[in-house]
Design a protein around this ligand. Structure first.
Ligand SMILES: [Zn+2]
Ligand SMILES: [Zn+2]
Length: 323
């Protein structure tokens, strides 16, 4: 039975509402309530629409979940509506792609107000940057005599945010290159290449400030792993983000080792950071990771407290600026 197969790095806390009435399977699940706070939908590069992601999470026995699409909160409204129907707690989230120098850093924001005008503007800028950038690269390729069409690149991308991999696939399809990798050369769309266009940039510190200004909590995503490389984020870097207002760290992650979990847990304790966790699932047609991380529900409560504090701070700040 699925509720007996929880494998957590720490003992599961007995839920505070214990004891519950006569136990049967659904109630036994709620004895050790679990969450997945890092899920993607078709609003960014996931394969499942937001409502489907919510239904999958509910079916998998999660008490709480968070949608954390790349640079957009467009899926949040649909996810919240579905969550109310299926009875799962849904926390609005976003995953910013930021640049720390040349290095890509992902920053999660939880509990932000999707209707916040400044946030909407900024996410639109980041998404448009991503979109226009690919189009500009196609134009540059055309100037270089590579005949790939923007329409075809968009078709290839489908519901995903258009990016360099889609441009590369169009080049491959048209016979200009043998493998996708061949597009990422100085002649084409490698960083600094002849058809390359610089991305719209945001630093980790700027994303933290935006998340906080929108009443959310900034959490460093997968500090131990990124794209499978051995590229752990160093403690000194994390300390710099903490100084900028970082409040949490994604300790539990589908590709974190036990040592990473231990290290980042200790860091969280040292700096009083909120601990979060999630699978980074991108849907059933992508690498389906849902179920790999079972975040104990007590961490969701801690995150909820941090979100409340951030919202209160925000109200105070807005009040001050008007007064
Ligand atoms: Zn990420
Ligand atoms: Zn992600």
């Amino acid at each position: 039975m699925r509720f007996t197969s929880l494998s957590l790095p720490y003992p599961t806390p007995i839920h505070r509402f214990f004891p519950l009435p006569i136990p049967h399977p659904p109630l036994l699940i709620s004895l050790s309530r679990i969450a997945d706070l890092h899920l993607h939908s078709t609003a960014s590069d996931g394969s499942d629409p937001p409502a489907t992601v919510v239904r999958r999470a509910a079916r998998a026995g999660f008490a709480a979940m968070a949608l954390a699409d790349h640079d957009t909160m467009d899926g949040v409204t649909e996810a919240l509506a579905e969550a109310a129907i299926v009875g799962i707690e849904m926390i609005p989230g976003v995953e910013y792609s930021t640049l720390d120098g040349e290095r890509e850093i992902h920053m999660l924001g939880y509990g932000l107000d999707p209707a916040d005008p400044a946030l909407k503007r900024e996410l639109a800028r980041l998404c448009a940057g991503r979109f226009n950038r690919a189009q500009l690269m196609v134009e540059k390729l055309n100037e270089l005599g590579i005949q790939v069409s923007w329409e075809r690149v968009r078709e290839i991308a489908g519901d995903e945010n258009v990016g360099r991999p889609h441009v590369a696939r169009a080049m491959q399809e048209a016979g200009y290159i043998k493998t996708i990798k061949d597009a990422f050369t100085p002649d084409y769309i490698a960083s600094g290449g002849r058809a390359y266009v610089e991305r719209v940039k945001i630093t980790p510190e700027e994303s933290i400030a935006q998340i906080r200004a929108a009443g959310g909590v900034a959490v460093l995503a997968h500090p131990g792993r990124f794209r499978g490389d051995d590229d752990q984020i160093g403690d000194d870097t994390i300390e710099r983000y903490i100084a900028a207002g970082l409040e949490g760290i994604e300790v539990f992650y589908s590709r974190h080792t036990a040592e990473m979990v231990k290290h980042y847990s200790e860091m969280a304790a040292r700096y009083s950071l909120v601990i979060t966790g999630g699978s980074d699932d991108h849907g059933v047609n992508a690498e389906s990771l849902m179920g790999r991380v079972h975040l104990p529900y007590e961490y969701v409560e801690q995150l909820a407290d941090a979100i409340s504090a951030s919202r209160e701070r925000r109200v105070t700040c807005v009040g001050n600026s008007q007064g």
